[in-house]
Design a protein around this ligand. Structure first.
Ligand SMILES: O=C(O)CCC(=O)C(=O)O
Length: 284
């Protein structure tokens, strides 16, 4: 799947872009399915998602979503007294965090043999699918995602997390494409997010201070169907979407099965089972 130039670039820069990884039809199927999930969702259970750390705190709805399909609202879709200010289909920031396991359409998209092949080429011996997110980046109110490294949230020892980010629509400067820091995966992991001992809320353990400067980041503008995959220490972010366009994307995170997965990670499965392999998901 990957040629030696792509692999070398990945090792050097911490990320790789593959255009036309998925067909437009596959992208459309996922969008339709996500739309249906939102349609069927009852807005009684509200969780506003933002990567600003405080907002993640004490959010049980978030902390117990690791093996479920849940909807998280855009911060700007909710008024001061908790009312939803825009129609539901335009109010959701993301779905998370186990569509790859719980939904047949997402499962098929996620168990692509080309993906498994890339995992092998990256050195995974026993790749496990840990988390999925469907990110809507809604027109006008799609929130910004601060600079972060995914291993902060999906930590293993040794670190093994790789993020796969699929553009389901064109991602441009206008609608809030990803930005990444080439080579930034060689910087230390800045912090680890942990559940508090009593499982109420989360806290961060600071490990380093990387002093990021936005001038070191490049925009990763890609067309629908493209895959961007990146190392768990690759610093990335996206600006708010102030345009009239959506910017739908789907992300999957993979870890090595033999790596230690701490009990303090936010994402825990209620059934305590190990995270599924590609093969186990295909057999479901
Ligand atoms: O899609 C975005 O804007 C950000 C996604 C992201 O940061 C991630 O998947 O880690």
């Amino acid at each position: 799947m990957l040629d030696s130039t792509q692999l070398n670039n990945y090792r050097e820069n911490g990320y790789c872009v593959i255009e036309n990884f998925k067909t437009l039809q596959q992208c459309q199927q996922l969008q339709t399915r996500a739309g249906k999930i939102v349609e069927e969702f009852s807005a009684d259970d509200i969780s506003v998602f933002s990567t600003s750390e405080q907002q993640r705190n004490a959010d049980d709805y978030f902390l117990s979503s690791g093996d479920k399909i849940r909807c998280f609202f855009e911060q700007e879709a909710i008024g001061d007294s908790g009312e939803i200010k825009v129609e539901k289909s335009r109010a959701i920031n993301k779905l998370g965090h186990a569509m790859h396991q719980q939904d047949a359409v997402f499962r098929q998209f996620s168990t692509d043999s080309k993906l498994e092949q890339i995992c092998q080429q990256l050195g995974f011996v026993d790749p496990r699918l840990l988390q999925s997110m469907y990110i809507f980046k809604q027109p006008r109110i799609g929130g910004e995602v601060n600079i972060h490294q995914d291993s902060t949230f999906l930590y293993t020892e040794p670190m093994s997390c790789v993020g796969f980010w699929f553009a389901l629509e064109d991602a441009t400067l206008e609608n809030g494409c990803l930005w990444g820091m080439p080579g930034g995966h060689k910087t230390p992991l800045e912090k680890i997010m942990k559940r508090r001992d009593n499982d109420i809320g989360i806290e961060f353990t600071q490990l380093a201070d990387n002093h990021y400067s936005e001038s070191d980041f490049v925009p990763l503008q890609v067309s629908a169907g493209s895959l961007i995959f990146f190392d768990g220490r690759f610093p990335h972010f996206s600006h708010a979407n102030r345009s009239a366009k959506t910017r739908h994307a789907y992300t999957l995170h993979v870890i090595e099965g033999s790596a230690e997965y701490p009990r303090s990670n936010w994402l825990q499965r209620e059934d305590q089972q190990s995270f599924p392999s590609f093969e186990q998901l295909r057999a479901m």
